[in-house]
Design a protein around this ligand. Structure first.
Ligand code: CA
Length: 408
């Protein structure tokens, strides 16, 4: 038996109404320094440069994922019956902790430092931290079981499907939350309906009843819209592009010989080794924000310019990437004596709101038809079929300083 908190803890949340905690182990994880660190990391990197209210954090998203998992394991009858009490605690903890290893401005940071947030998440859970001790003192071996769900190596495949598949608690929370905080209404979908129509097939596969297909189509469409309108918004990508240029410049200027001269927050960038958890802990968007301000006064012209651009939101402008547009920017850069390496960014994005089953992965969405047969979603929905078989969606852009846009 897992210890309960002395009273039911309820945290108000604009997306789910209330987040309910009644297990001491969950409450202790929330109150740990590692989990509180997520208050200092935004959920959406540079999207707040476009959507000014998108200031929500990994902290609130993680609580939201926990709440969706908690509802699944306590309100969906098939799941309630299929999981042991221990599995329910494991999967709720995995939902709560799945983003624990995110660094600041995750995407850019992972790219530049060659780190993976998932790897750090598992290290924080397993490498004898406060989190490890909280989990293992609630039940010996619990920390490894939680990390196994996040790594997709759990003995029970249902647990990973609940936390991370193409219809999981993680996506359901971030789509609703990101839609709410950006104000993009079409990011919303009917999660209640999806939860009501969830079933388990053969004891090991989550499926949706055919009557829930419309709600799932709506969820896939919201994903489609959110990608183009929010996650791949060119201004958010411009923010990443400028930050990427700053970090590359720092890596070029600094190495082991002069690392002491670099502001300490950014020293991990130039280390070609995995960071210690103590080093990783200090990396958050508060410490980075301070560093940008300091570096805005740096003697290197490129470092000071890029850091000031990030701090003051003087982002690069963008244009579709074509041989002509690239050539035009190159000529202007040469005329202004600006280095193409830092002042001309390229980025292409492509998205599939849903990936049909290929036999390689277990994250597909399955539908139990009225006749009892089970079909993969793109064979049960015309809309999803069209989305996955239609032309590929991609967007190729170049990014460059606004000052160049007016030069002719
Ligand atoms: Ca997440």
């Amino acid at each position: 038996m897992f210890a309960k908190t002395d009273e039911l803890k309820v945290l108000r949340d604009p997306v789910h109404g209330y987040i309910r905690v009644e297990l001491q182990v969950i409450w202790d994880c929330i109150n740990s320094a590692w989990f509180q660190r997520l208050r200092r990391i935004r959920q959406l990197g540079g999207a707040n440069m476009v959507y000014h209210c998108a200031e929500h954090t990994r902290f609130s998203h993680s609580l939201g994922v926990y709440e969706v998992v908690r509802r699944m394991v306590s309100e969906v009858p098939d799941i309630v019956a299929a999981l042991s009490e221990r599995d329910k605690v494991v999967v709720m903890a995995a939902g709560l902790l799945h983003d624990l290893g995110h660094g600041p401005y995750s995407h850019t940071f992972e790219l530049v430092t060659n780190t993976s947030h998932e790897e750090y998440t598992c290290r924080i859970i397993e490498e004898d931290t406060e989190i490890t001790r909280i989990l293992n003192s609630a039940a010996p071996g619990l920390a490894k079981e939680v990390a196994d769900v996040i790594r997709h190596t759990s003995a029970n495949p249902l647990l990973s499907q609940i936390v991370s598949s193409q219809l999981d608690a993680d996506r359901m929370d971030y789509l609703l939350r990101d839609a709410y905080f950006t104000g993009t209404k079409y990011g919303e979908f009917d999660m209640e309906r999806i939860l009501r129509t969830l079933r388990i097939e053969d004891g090991r596969q989550l499926v949706v009843k055919q009557s829930g297909v419309y709600a799932v189509e709506n969820y896939i469409m919201s994903r489609y819209h959110m990608y183009w309108q929010v996650y791949y918004h060119p201004t958010a990508r411009s923010f990443e592009c400028v930050m990427n240029a700053l970090f590359r410049r720092i890596k070029e200027l600094y190495g082991p010989a002069n690392e002491e001269e670099l502001i300490d927050v950014f020293r991990p960038l130039i280390k070609n080794r995995p960071l210690s958890l103590a080093e990783y802990f200090r990396l958050d968007e508060s410490s980075c924000g301070y560093a940008f301000d300091v570096l805005a006064g740096h003697p290197d012209r490129i470092v000071s310019d890029m850091a000031g651009r990030i701090r003051d939101r003087r982002l690069f402008v963008y244009a579709d990437s074509t041989p002509e547009s690239i050539e035009a920017v190159r000529e202007k850069l040469a005329a202004c004596d600006l280095s193409e390496e830092y002042y001309l960014g390229h980025d292409s994005v492509r998205q599939n709101p849903y990936v049909p089953y290929t036999g390689q992965q277990d994250g597909s969405i399955w539908v139990r038809m009225k006749d009892g047969s089970v079909r993969e979603l793109s064979n049960a929905s015309n809309i999803v079929y069209s989305l996955t078989h239609g032309p590929t969606n991609d967007d190729n852009k170049i990014f460059f300083p606004r000052e160049l846009a007016g030069l002719d």
